[in-house]
Design a protein around this ligand. Sequence first.
Ligand SMILES: Nc1ncnc2c1ncn2[C@@H]1O[C@H](COP(=O)(O)OP(=O)(O)OP(=O)(O)O)[C@@H](O)[C@H]1O
Length: 116
Amino acid sequence: MKQYLLSFKYALEGIILAFKQERNLRFHLFMTIVVLIFGLLFNLHKFEWMILILVIGLMITAELFNTAIERLVDLYTEDFHPLAKQAKDISAAACFIFAICTIIIGFMIFLPKILS
Ligand SMILES: Nc1ncnc2c1ncn2[C@@H]1O[C@H](COP(=O)(O)OP(=O)(O)OP(=O)(O)O)[C@@H](O)[C@H]1O
């Protein structure tokens, strides 16, 4: 039981650290609050809430993995290395692709409600 609590504590420390250090994560947190307020205002259906929660969770998860990869690369080398660049840029690309999907899903859910 103690081991589970410790794992939870370390995960929480990781979340706090990442949000303190990463501007992108703070932006996602801000957008999450905005989207949740819009969701409440537009009285979303259960299925729409499920999609939104999934998308928000995956977006933040992708950013956390991206941050972890950046730290690992920096731990390995602070000098310029083409593979370090590739690792960071490909990791950032994964977040970028998912951010585009998130925006499209956001529009698909909210645009018809805003227009009607
Ligand atoms: N050791 C390195 N060798 C080669 N290129 C690197 C190295 N470290 C960072 N870069 C490249 O420099 C650019 C800036 O990277 P940096 O680590 O500052 O983070 P970032 O991409 O601005 O992301 P964030 O804003 O989340 O910190 C990126 O294109 C990255 O691939």
